[in-house]
Design a protein around this ligand. Structure first.
Ligand code: HPA
Length: 269
C-alpha cells in the first residue's frame, strides 16, 4: 500500500492541510452529509481499496468547523470484509500525510457494562486488541513512527476531558469505558461476552482498534466515541441484529451530531 501516492492524489484533488480527521462508524455517516465542503469519493482515488458492496463506495469531505479543517471519512474498511490490515489503516495514515494532528474515531458497539443502555455514548478510555493480529506487523514504515510504539494513553486524556466538558455543557450524559475489538463478522456468543467482561471490556465492536494503533504509531492524538447500539449477547435475552444497530444510531443521531460538532468547533489543534 503506497500511502504517499494516495495522499498525493488527494492533495491534487484539493484536500490538504487538515487539522482533524473524523471516521464515521456504522449508521453515523450522516454527519458527512450535513457539512458543506470539498468532496472526494474513494472511487476517484487510484489504488484505494475497492468496495465489497457494489455501488457502496465511501467518500471524504473536507469542511471548516470553527477554525479547524476537518476531514470526514464516510464509510470505513473493515477487516471482516476481507481487507488487509494495510487497507484498514488507510485513514489514519493518509490523515497524517495530509497534515492531521487529531484522529477522531466513532463506531457502533455492543454494551457489556451492565450500567450501559442502548443509545448511550461512550468515550473510549482504552482498548483491548483481540483481533489476533496487528496492523504494524511487517516492515516498519519509518516515515510514520517507530518499530515499537507506546500505547499508554492511546486515547489522549486532555481530549477525553474536553469531550466530557462538552457533554456537560450540552446536557448529554457520556459513559467512559474500554472498547474490545474482535474481527467479527459473527456477533459474540454469550460465553465470549462473559470472557470480555472479566477482561475489563465495557463495549465490543469490530473496528477502530487497528486504526487507533496506526494513528498512535504516526503520532496522531486520538479520541474515540462509541455509540452503544445494543446490549451485547447474553447481557439481554434478545438476539442481535444489524437492524437493531442501525435503529439505535438513527435515534441518537441528534445528540451524537451535536456532541461531535461542538467538539470539532472547540478543540484547539
Ligand atoms: N458486537 C460486536 N460489534 C457490534 C455490536 C456487538 O454487539 N453492536 C454493534 N457492533
Amino acid at each position: 500500500m503506497d500511502y504517499i501516492k494516495l495522499a498525493e492524489q488527494i492533495k491534487e484533488k484539493g484536500i490538504d492541510n487538515i487539522d482533524i480527521a473524523v471516521v464515521l462508524g456504522s449508521g453515523l455517516g450522516f454527519l458527512a452529509d450535513e457539512v458543506d465542503g470539498k468532496i472526494i469519493t474513494y472511487q476517484e482515488i487510484e489504488g484505494f481499496p475497492k468496495p465489497t458492496v457494489e455501488g457502496h463506495s465511501g467518500k471524504m469531505v473536507l469542511a471548516k468547523i470553527g477554525e479547524n479543517n476537518v476531514l470526514f471519512f464516510q464509510g470505513r474498511f473493515h477487516f471482516y470484509e476481507g481487507y488487509s490490515m494495510k487497507d484498514v489503516v488507510i485513514f489514519p495514515r493518509i490523515s497524517k500525510l495530509l497534515g492531521g494532528k487529531i484522529y477522531l474515531v466513532t463506531n457502533a458497539a455492543g454494551g457489556i457494562n451492565p450500567d450501559f443502555k442502548p443509545g448511550d455514548l461512550m468515550v473510549i478510555k482504552d482498548h483491548l486488541n483481540l483481533m489476533g493480529t496487528n496492523p504494524l506487523i511487517g516492515k516498519n514504515y519509518d516515515i510514520f513512527g517507530p518499530r515499537f510504539p507506546d500505547m499508554t494513553d492511546a486515547y489522549t486524556p486532555e481530549l477525553r476531558r474536553l469531550m466530557f466538558e462538552i457533554g456537560d455543557e450540552l446536557g448529554i450524559e457520556l459513559q467512559s469505558g474500554v472498547y474490545a475489538a474482535l474481527t467479527g463478522p459473527s456477533y459474540e456468543t454469550p460465553a465470549e461476552i462473559k470472557m470480555l467482561q472479566v477482561m475489563g471490556a465495557d463495549a465490543v465492536g469490530m473496528s477502530t482498534v487497528p486504526e487507533v494503533i496506526a494513528a498512535r504509531h504516526a503520532g496522531l492524538k486520538v479520541i474515540g466515541v462509541s455509540c452503544i447500539t445494543n446490549l451485547a449477547a447474553g447481557v439481554s435475552e434478545n438476539p442481535l441484529s444489524h437492524e437493531e444497530v442501525l435503529e439505535t444510531t438513527e435515534k441518537v443521531k441528534y445528540h451524537f451530531g451535536k456532541l461531535i460538532t461542538k467538539f470539532l468547533e472547540t478543540v484547539n489543534v
